[in-house]
Structure formats: C-alpha cells, structure tokens
Design a protein around this ligand. Structure first.
Ligand SMILES: *[C@@H]1O[C@H](CO)[C@@H](O)[C@H](O)[C@H]1NC(C)=O
Ligand SMILES: *[C@@H]1O[C@H](CO)[C@@H](O)[C@H](O)[C@H]1NC(C)=O
Ligand SMILES: *[C@@H]1O[C@H](CO)[C@@H](O)[C@H](O)[C@H]1NC(C)=O
Ligand SMILES: *[C@@H]1O[C@H](CO)[C@@H](O)[C@H](O)[C@H]1NC(C)=O
Ligand SMILES: *[C@@H]1O[C@H](CO)[C@@H](O)[C@H](O)[C@H]1NC(C)=O
Length: 483
C-alpha cells in the first residue's frame, strides 16, 4: 500500500512537473527553436549587438538597513543537525517603479567566511532557477531527501571553499518576481543590467563583501549571462561612482555561448556517442549550415528531427543516467545521483513553511519558467567576442565541461575554443582526483579548459567530489593537478 502510494505520488509529480532535470523537458531547446525560427523569418544576417552602453548612469540603490538581519535564515525545515554556517535569503529590489525584485540564497563558507571569496552562481534556461537547481540539486550545502520534507548535508558543497550566492534571475524565475508583468518579456541585456543592480544593492546589504575577491560561475544558458554580466561589471568599474566590484574570474560550465558550435557540437556528440546513425549524421553534415545568417533548409530540419527521434528518451543532460520513472524511482545513476531529485525539490520548495523560512513570497515555485524562455526577446547568436574581451582583460576565464552531457556537450566547448583562437600553453593532460582521472585540462593563453569525467550537464550533481576539486583549483588560480 505504502509502495503503491509512493508510486502514485511520484507518477503524478512526473506528469505535473516540467522540472529542469525532468525527462524529455528541455527549456534551452525550446528557447533556441523559437530564436532560430525568428532569425530565418527576418533573415537576420548581421552580428547582433552584444555591447552595452559606454556612459554610466547610476543604478537604483534602495535602503538596505536592517535587511541583512531580516534575511538571515534561522533554520530551514528538515535541515540536518549541526548546520554551522550562516545562510540568508530574501529579495533585492532592482526596479522600484516596476516593483521588480530578485530572490537570492546565500550560503556563507563553513570556515574562513571572512576571507574566502564571494562566488555568484547562475543557472540558465533561460528561465531556470539558480536556487532550486544550483543550490538544492548541484553545489549548495543541502540536498532534498526523497521524502520531500527533510534535507541532508552535501559534503562536497562549494561553500566548503567560498561564500556562495545563488541568484534567481531574471525576474519571473523561481521566487523572483515583478509587479509589472510585461517585465517577464525580457532579454540578455536587461538580465545583465538587473543582475548588476542586484549586486550593487546586495553589497550595500552585506558591505563586508564589498572588496572581497568576486567570481561568477554557472552553466548552460548562463554561458550568455556570465560573460555579459562580467563585461558590464568591468565597464562600469571604470566609470562608476557606486561600488566597484572586485571581479577576479568566471567559470562557464557546459555553456551555450555560440549557436553554430552548439548545433555542430551536439550532433557530432550524438554520432560519436552512438546515439544517431551514420546516415543521419551525414545528412546533417551535408544539409545543414549552422553558421550565422545561413538559411536553415527543410532538408536540414528533417535530419535534425530524425536525430532527435533517434535519440529517443535518452536523458539529454547525462546520457548514461537512468530516468526518473515510477518503476525505478530509487535507481541511482552510476554516480549515485537520484534521477528523481528535481521532484523532491519541487515538493520541498512549494511547502508553505519552507517558503516562510526562506522569506519568499507564497507562490507556486517552478524550476523553470517556460514563459520567460519562450518569450525571450533578443539572444545574440554568439557571445564569443565578449569572452575574447574578458580574456584580454586580465580576469581568469575558465570553460569547464561534464563529458556525459548531450545538451551542451564537450564537443561544443571544444569548437568554441577553436573559434577563440588562443594558443595552447599547457598541453592536454589528465588531472587526478583520489587516484583516478578526474578529467582533462588544457591551459591556453588567458583561458583554461577543464573536463569533468563522468559528469553530465549538472556537473556538481553527478560528480560532486571532482566538481569541488576543479572549483577549488579555479579559485586558487591554478590548473588542477592532483586532489
Ligand atoms: C509589489 O507589490 C506588492 C503589493 O503592492 C508590494 O507589497 C511589494 O513591495 C511590491 N514589490 C516591490 C519589489 O516593489
Ligand atoms: C583558513 O584560513 C587559514 C589561514 O589563512 C588557513 O591556514 C586554513 O587552511 C584555512 N582553512 C580552510 C579549510 O580553508
Ligand atoms: C553619482 O553621480 C550621480 C550623477 O551622475 C549623482 O547624482 C550621484 O549622487 C552620485 N552618487 C554618489 C554616491 O556620489
Ligand atoms: C554557410 O553559410 C554562410 C553564411 O551564409 C556562408 O558564408 C558559408 O559559405 C556557408 N557554408 C557552406 C559550406 O556553404
Ligand atoms: C591575453 O591577454 C593579453 C592582455 O592581458 C592580450 O594582450 C592577449 O592578446 C590575450 N591573448 C588572447 C589569445 O586572448
């Protein structure tokens, strides 16, 4: 009876929840399809403008007095005993006229929080939650247990070595919201501006972090968010009379940064990982031109559809992982990750007492907001020129990749690096974690490329130990060697 009940609960969640990690649900693909169809219609050939304006207008800064104390989480429901770090969450208003506020969750470092760096984590989508996926499924201090009500400790949490700030961005994602509903039709530029305004205000609320070393990391569509936000910070740092943000580096995980390499890399990955036939792959090679401004022919579309059909229900984000299904809901993947985790998170984050403890508005929390992704206004074809600028700026730029991701696969990242045309300084070598190969590294001029072996799209979910090891190297500014 109990088992039957659990099956029912899990099955109904499967049907209802289109969670980021959910079977067959693919927010990035949905958004990209729409962007591509628009490009074809408007025959958009020129490179879209990815630069931001040069003149500085002060950003909105709201009163922050007393808000840090108000945001302190006394305890999350079901959290394990002995939690010995400070955690905060709440809203930062980024536009007072529109009533637009972004929700954050902040986990201070377990030790040395007063000297360890400040790291911003961003999930992609566009439209997916950095708190629900990033913090609760990937690198945050807790994982939600299968009961949907209790938490367990993630011993590989990134707040072992950093103070980690998770931002639900843009407004409309997760608990973030706007009182002006037209704000939910947004784009890359507005998202970068809001994230910047968020940071300036957040640093007023937490002034002890103002001069701290600051890093931005994230994955997937954050391959757009991160370079654009970093560029905006560096530009504004030169001219601002507000807070100068001490940006030291960025790390882009399985990142969507260029539409041509995304397509080419994905189908090549499918072929080299025995997901599609030779015929489909050859059909794509000879019929598809994925470069900017090229026409997407019907023949190409047809082969692309064939590729997706051939893939069948292989879990896109981690191709060797089991699916979350009512008949195997306790089968962990090779790496021990429970494929139904997103369902537990959904249940937990929609519990009223949890929302109260987080100081969140009572809302229906979703891991991804489809409306945001589908209505995304402007998506530059590529942000590689922005990444090139950042490489020359002196900040540390890392591209990392879980090598069992089919969504933004390692082939795509390698094609990105080809396009960046930076010379190799330290040739390809294996880095070690606990006596085994953790992945591979190449040191380029102003760029580091790291793979994480056996990790899917959500790298810290599948290979938590290897992920923490590579992240520690990133913060230390050293190529990973042996952990
Ligand atoms: C949104 O509107 C509600 C209700 O009027 C108000 O309480 C809240 O402060 C507004 N949010 C922002 C960010 O201004
Ligand atoms: C904390 O900082 C001290 C002093 O810099 C250092 O010796 C120690 O290794 C750090 N501890 C951890 C766990 O990072
Ligand atoms: C920054 O400059 C603007 C004018 O450009 C001025 O209105 C504002 O008061 C200045 N802010 C500070 C903190 O000095
Ligand atoms: C692909 O399209 C681009 C842009 O229209 C064009 O410059 C290029 O020559 C095309 N490549 C091939 C192989 O046809
Ligand atoms: C690396 O950065 C320096 C300046 O810091 C710049 O001169 C050089 O062109 C950059 N190289 C690449 C490949 O980005």
């Amino acid at each position: 009876m109990k088992i039957a009940f659990h099956l029912l609960v899990h099955f109904s969640l499967l049907v209802l929840v289109s969670s980021y990690g959910g079977n067959g649900y693919d927010p990035l693909e949905n958004a990209l399809k729409i962007q591509r169809s628009r490009r074809t219609v408007s025959n958009h050939a020129s490179k879209e403008d990815v630069t931001v304006e040069n003149s500085y207008t002060p950003v909105y800064v709201g009163p922050q007095d007393g808000l840090k104390e108000a945001d302190k989480i006394s305890e999350l429901p079901g959290q394990p005993a002995g939690t010995n770090f400070d955690q905060y969450s709440g809203y930062v208003t980024v536009d007072a006229n529109h009533g637009r506020a972004l929700f954050y969750y902040f986990a201070e470092s377990l030790v040395n929080s007063s000297t360890n760096p400040l790291v911003l984590w961003l999930n992609g989508g566009p439209g997916c939650s950095s708190f629900g996926s990033g913090a609760m499924m990937e690198l945050g201090p807790f994982r939600v247990n299968a009961d949907g009500t209790t938490l367990s400790w993630n011993k590989y949490a990134w707040n072992n070595v950093a103070n980690v700030l998770f931002l639900e961005s843009p407004a409309g994602v997760g608990y973030s919201y706007s009182n002006t509903s037209s704000d939910y039709i947004t784009d890359d530029i507005q998202t970068a501006k809001d994230s910047y305004t968020f940071l300036v205000n957040w640093l007023e609320r937490f002034p002890e972090y103002k001069t701290r070393d600051f890093y931005i990391t994230g994955e997937s569509y954050a391959g757009h968010y991160i370079p654009q936000l970093a560029q905006l910070i560096l530009q504004n740092n030169k001219i601002t009379n507000q807070t100068v943000i001490n940006l030291k580096g960025i790390a882009l995980g399985n990142a969507y940064v260029d539409d041509e390499t995304e397509n080419a890399g994905m189908y090549d990955y499918f072929w080299t990982h025995a997901i599609i036939s030779d015929e489909i792959h050859e059909g794509i090679i000879s019929n598809c031109n994925f470069s900017e401004g090229a026409t997407i022919t019907d023949a190409c579309n047809d082969y692309e559809n064939q590729a997706f059909a051939a893939k069948s229900n292989v879990y896109f984000y981690d191709i060797y992982a089991p699916l979350c299904s009512p008949f195997s809901n306790s089968t962990p993947s090779i790496s021990g990750f429970d494929p139904c985790t997103e369902n537990y998170i959904y249940e937990y984050l929609n519990t009223p007492v949890v929302q109260q403890s987080l100081h969140a508005k009572p809302v229906q929390w979703e891991s991804c907001n489809d409306f945001i992704g589908i209505n995304w206004k402007d998506m530059p074809f590529t942000v590689l020129p922005v990444i090139q600028d950042l490489m020359a700026s002196g900040i540390s730029v890392w591209i990392y990749s879980g090598d069992t991701d089919g969504r933004v696969p390692v082939t795509t990242s390698r094609y990105d690096i080809n396009k960046l045309q930076t010379p190799v300084k330290t040739p390809w070598y294996p880095w070690m974690y606990q006596g085994e190969v953790g992945g591979y590294v190449v040191g380029y001029d102003n760029l580091t490329f790291v793979t994480i072996r056996g990790a899917g799209h959500f790298v810290p979910s599948y290979q938590p130990g290897r992920a923490l090891a590579f992240f520690t190297s990133f913060l230390e500014g050293k190529l990973p060697t042996d952990h």
